[in-house]
Write a protein that binds this ligand. Structure first.
Ligand SMILES: Cc1cc2nc3c(=O)[nH]c(=O)nc-3n(C[C@H](O)[C@H](O)[C@H](O)COP(=O)(O)OP(=O)(O)OC[C@H]3O[C@@H](n4cnc5c(N)ncnc54)[C@H](O)[C@@H]3O)c2cc1C
Length: 486
C-alpha cells in the first residue's frame, strides 16, 4: 500500500523539521521520515547565530528559543584571541544563542506537530525512484516495509544522505585530514569568564558553558589531530590534551558526551535534481568551526519552504525552484571556504601562531571585525533578483536593496500604533509594504500575487538608509527584498 503526500522530507534533524514547518504553515501536506526512534540525546551543535534567530522571529518563534538558551555577544573565528563582535551587528539579535541542538530539535518538532506535520520516527528510507509526476520512496519501519509517494522529496538526511546518493548528485570535496575532539564535562574549577580559549605551540582548547554545571571542552591537539575520525575518544585522552595545552584540567569529571570530528569538506553539485531537493548537511559538510552548519541548514530551509509551497499551490511557476540552487549553492560554497580558512589557522606551528597574532590584531579594528561577524552570523547573504515577473507598479524599480535581508524595523501604522516588521511575516507569505504618504496603491498585485501576499501600509518608525525614498517594498517570505520601488 502506497501512502500519498505532497512533500516527503527525509530526515528529522533541524533542517528537515524547519522545512516541514515552513511547508505545513503554507497548508502543504508533509511527512517527515526519520530513522531514529528517539530524539537525539547529545548536545551536538551549540549556537544559533543572529540570522537564524531572525529567521525564527520571522515566524514568531524566537521567544520559545530565547527562553531556553543563553545569549553571548561574541562568536569566534578559528579560536582567535579577538572574538567576533555580534553586538555591533544591525539586528535585534546582537548575540549568538547558546542552545544545545537537542533543544533546538525538540522545539522545532513541537512546532511541526502543532502545525499538523506527520512526523514518522523509526522510518528508514532505502530506495528512491522519481518519474514525471512525483517520487516514490521505499524503506523499512519496525521490520515492515513502507512506501510513500509524494510530488517532491527533500533530502535533509545529513552528511551521508541516501537521497543525494540515490539521486545521483555528486558530493565534491576533500576527505578528512585533521580531527579534533570535544567533551561535555563537569568542571569543578570552571574558568572565570564564560568563554575561554588557550592557544599555544602545544595546541588549542576552547571552553564554553553548556548548561548549569556543564561545559563543552574543544581540543585541537597537534599530537592527536591525525587520529581517524572513527577512533573512539577516551576521557583520559581529553584530559591529557587539556592538561598539556592549558597546564590545568579545570577539575574535569563526569563526561556526558565525547566525540571526535573531522574536516571532511564537500558540497553537493546540485541542490535540485528533478523533484528531489537537498538541504542542510545533505548538501554541505565541513569542519564545524564557528558553529555554522545547523544555522546554514535552517536558512536553506527558510529559502526553500516558501518556494516549494508556492509551486505546489500554483501561485508560482515551477521554475522558481531553480532559484533555490542559484541562491543557496553559493552560500554553501562560502561556508566551506570560511571553514577551510579556519582549519588552516588551527595549526600551532610558529608561523601559523604569528599569522593568528596578526589576524587577532586586525580583528580589534571594528571595520574588519564586522564583516567577518556578519559572515559567520549569516547576515551578509544577498540573493540575485528572482527570475519572476515583477508585479506592475506606478513607481520606478530600484535595485539597490534587491535580495538583501531587512532587519526587524519599527513601522508606524495609520492608526498611530507602532509594530515591528517581522510581526507581519508570521504567516509565511510575501509582504507588500506600502510606504506612500497618500495611501494609494504603489504596486498593483494581480489575483495570483494576492493569494500569497499580505499588504501593510505604514511609515518607517526609524531612519533606514536602505529604505530612504522608497514607496513600496515587496518582501519575500524569507525576509529578503524581492523588489522595491521609488
Ligand atoms: C562536534 C560538532 C559541533 C557542531 N557545532 C555546531 C554549532 O555550534 N552550530 C552549528 O550551526 N552547527 C554545528 N555543528 C553542525 C550541526 O550539528 C549540523 O550541521 C546539523 O546537525 C545539520 O542538520 P541536518 O538536519 O541538516 O542534518 P542531521 O542533523 O544530520 O539530521 C539528519 C537526520 O536524517 C536522519 N536520516 C539519515 N538517513 C536517513 C534515512 N535513510 N532515512 C530516514 N532518516 C534518515 C538522521 O537520523 C538525522 O536525524 C556541529 C557539528 C559537530 C560534529
Amino acid at each position: 500500500m502506497t501512502d500519498v503526500v505532497e512533500v516527503a522530507v527525509v530526515g528529522g534533524g533541524p533542517t528537515g523539521l524547519m522545512l516541514a514547518c515552513e511547508l505545513a504553515l503554507a497548508g502543504i501536506s508533509v511527512r517527515v521520515l526519520e530513522r531514529r526512534l528517539e530524539p537525539v540525546r547529545q548536545s551536538r551543535a551549540l549556537t544559533l547565530h543572529p540570522r537564524s534567530l531572525e529567521v525564527l522571529a520571522l515566524r514568531g518563534l524566537d521567544g520559545r528559543f530565547l527562553e531556553r538558551g543563553m545569549p553571548l555577544p561574541t562568536g569566534h573565528f578559528a579560536m582567535l584571541d579577538t572574538r567576533l563582535d555580534f553586538s555591533a551587528l544591525d539586528t535585534t539579535f546582537k548575540f549568538t544563542l547558546f542552545l544545545p541542538q537537542l533543544v533546538t530539535e525538540m522545539l522545532l518538532e513541537q512546532r511541526a506537530r502543532e502545525l499538523g506535520v506527520d512526523v514518522r520516527r523509526g522510518h528508514e528510507v532505502r530506495e528512491l525512484r522519481q518519474d514525471a509526476d512525483g517520487v516514490e520512496l521505499t524503506g523499512t519501519a519496525g521490520g515492515q516495509s513502507f512506501r510513500c509517494r509524494s510530488r517532491y522529496v527533500i533530502g535533509a538526511d545529513g552528511a551521508r544522505s541516501i537521497v543525494r546518493q540515490l539521486s545521483g548528485i555528486g558530493f565534491v570535496g576533500t576527505d578528512t585530514s585533521v580531527t579534533a575532539v570535544l567533551g561535555d564535562v563537569v568542571l569543578a574549577e570552571p574558568p572565570s569568564t564564560p568563554v575561554v580559549s588557550v592557544i599555544n605551540g602545544r595546541g588549542g582548547i576552547m571552553i564554553v558553558p553548556l548548561s548549569p554545571g556543564l561545559h563543552r571542552v574543544l581540543v585541537v591537539d597537534p599530537e592527536r589531530m591525525h587520529a581517524a575520525a572513527r577512533e573512539e575518544v577516551t576521557f583520559d585522552e581529553l584530559r591529557w590534551s587539556v592538561m598539556k595545552i592549558a597546564g590545568a584540567d579545570f577539575g574535569m569529571r563526569e563526561p556526558q558526551w565525547l566525540s571526535r570530528f573531522g574536516n571532511e569538506t564537500r558540497l553537493a553539485e546540485a541542490y535540485k535534481a528533478g523533484r528531489v531537493l537537498l538541504a542542510g548537511d545533505a548538501a554541505h559538510i565541513h569542519f564545524p568551526a564557528g558553529g555554522q552548519g545547523l544555522n546554514v541548514g535552517m536558512q536553506d530551509a527558510m529559502n526553500l519552504g516558501w518556494k516549494l509551497a508556492g509551486v505546489l499551490r500554483e501561485v508560482a511557476p515551477s521554475s522558481l525552484l531553480e532559484s533555490y540552487h542559484r541562491e543557496r549553492h553559493p552560500v554553501g560554497d562560502a561556508l566551506l571556504r570560511n571553514t577551510e580558512a579556519q582549519t588552516a589557522l588551527m595549526n600551532f606551528t610558529p608561523s601559523v601562531l604569528a599569522l593568528r597574532d596578526m589576524m587577532s590584531g586586525f580583528l580589534k579594528n571594528p571595520v574588519l571585525n564586522r564583516p567577518l561577524a556578519e559572515r559567520l552570523g549569516g547576515m551578509d547573504t544577498v540573493y540575485p533578483e528572482l527570475e519572476l515577473p515583477a508585479p506592475a507598479c506606478e513607481g520606478e524599480l530600484v535595485k539597490t536593496s534587491t535580495g538583501r535581508r531587512l532587519p526587524d524595523v519599527a513601522l508606524k501604522l495609520p492608526s498611530g500604533a507602532v509594530k515591528r516588521l517581522y510581526s507581519f511575516m508570521h504567516e509565511g507569505k510575501w509582504l507588500m509594504l506600502q510606504l506612500r504618504d497618500d495611501g494609494g496603491p504603489a504596486v498593483r498585485l494581480d489575483s495570483r500575487w494576492m493569494r500569497w501576499t499580505n499588504v501593510v501600509q505604514a511609515h518607517l518608525g526609524e531612519e533606514r538608509e536602505e529604505l530612504r525614498g522608497l514607496r513600496g517594498v515587496l518582501l519575500r517570505p524569507d525576509g529578503h527584498v524581492g523588489w522595491a520601488w521609488a
